[in-house]
Structures are given as structure tokens and as C-alpha cells.
Write a protein that binds this ligand. Sequence first.
Ligand SMILES: Cc1cc2nc3c(=O)[nH]c(=O)nc-3n(C[C@H](O)[C@H](O)[C@H](O)COP(=O)(O)O)c2cc1C
Length: 206
Amino acid sequence: MSDTSDDVWEVMATARTIRRFTDEPVDDATLTRCLEAASWAPSGANMQARRFIVLRSPEVRAVVAAAAAEALKVIEPVYGMSRPGPDDDSRVARTNRATYEIHDRAGELTSVLFTQQRFSSASDLLLGGSIFPAVQNFVLAARALGLGTCLTSWASYGGEAMLREAVGVPDDWMLAGHVVVGWPRGHHGPVRRKPLASVVYTDRWP
Ligand SMILES: Cc1cc2nc3c(=O)[nH]c(=O)nc-3n(C[C@H](O)[C@H](O)[C@H](O)COP(=O)(O)O)c2cc1C
């Protein structure tokens, strides 16, 4: 599996979550390509009422770290997660170890906040349709260029108010997504998903 790929099928099939990163910073040119891909995503009436905020100053990263800690408090009991012992090499332990690592190192990482303007004429889910394709374009572009990403819930839960305040997001803008991006320590790999037949119906809900 190559680190970079221009094959859209390989990119989609191997853009699994990366939670462990090298210390190498993401250069502006590479990040800009990912943000440009995000900007190519569709939106209702092509309004593009969305903004992408790159979070990388030490001050804002400190807030990201606090938001990650808040999210971890919620995630741990929901996923029944605890810090694995050093000798545990099971798949669950490896995933949990990586999950703790990204939350513990949140203040060292670059991330992007995806925001969408709220309109009273549309439900939040409908508005989500105008921002989540941008998030996915970003994720896929990053994978194509060899970067790793992790979608996070850090801009939800207790972290939302902190990030709003630190970035100065206006009240009528929703924090729709928060994605960590960096150079992977380790490799891209295949996503694991349910078989297609179990998620596709034809004409009627069975
Ligand atoms: C809306 C959303 C929120 C997520 N929040 C977190 C998070 O806070 N922390 C984390 O480590 N992973 C988070 N993830 C990553 C998921 O756990 C991951 O995408 C999922 O387990 C599938 O794994 P894969 O991408 O490796 O196939 C989130 C993913 C989504 C879509």
C-alpha cells in the first residue's frame, strides 16, 4: 500500500483513521491542497456558507488539548475504554493505546475546524450536508498526499464553548467537524466496514 496515491479507489479504501503522528509539521503547501479539495465539495444552492479554520498557534493548540481532554472524559465510559497495560498487544489494546495517544498529544498536533453557518430555513442535518462532504474531501485529499487524519468530537461536548471562544466563531455558525492532520507514524491501511449487502436495500426497508 503506497503512502501517496492518485487512485481514488485506493484512497477511499485506505483512508482509515490515523492517531499516531511523527513530529514533522504539515507544510503550508500540502495543507493548502487539502483545504482546496475541501472547498471543492458541494453545498446547498452552492452557498458555501462554511469556513475552515486551521488551528496551529501554541495558544489555540492549548485550547484544543483542553477540548480533547473533555472529549476523552465522555468517550472513555461510552466506549468502555481504559488505558491498556504495557504487555497487552491485542487489537483492542492497540486501538485504545493510539486513541489515548492522540488525545494526550492533542496540543502538539495541527487540526482544522470545519464550520457551517446556521439558517432557520434548514435543519441542522440538512446543513450538515453542506459541510460534511468538505470534511470528507479534506480527509481523502490528505490520504492521497500521504497525510493521516482523525475526525474528532473535540469541538463537541465541553470543548465546543472553549474552541468557539478561542477562535471567535460567531454564534450563528455551527462547529460541524474537527479533524487532526499530520504525517503518520505507521501506515495507511484498509478500512473495516460491514458487508455491502447488510447496508444496501432496494426499494423497501426489509
Ligand atoms: C463524528 C466522528 C467523531 C469522531 N470522534 C473521535 C474522537 O473524538 N476521537 C477519536 O480518537 N476518534 C474519533 N473518531 C474516529 C472514529 O472512531 C473512526 O472513524 C471509526 O472508528 C472508524 O475507524 P477507521 O476510520 O479507522 O475506519 C470520530 C469519527 C467520527 C465520524
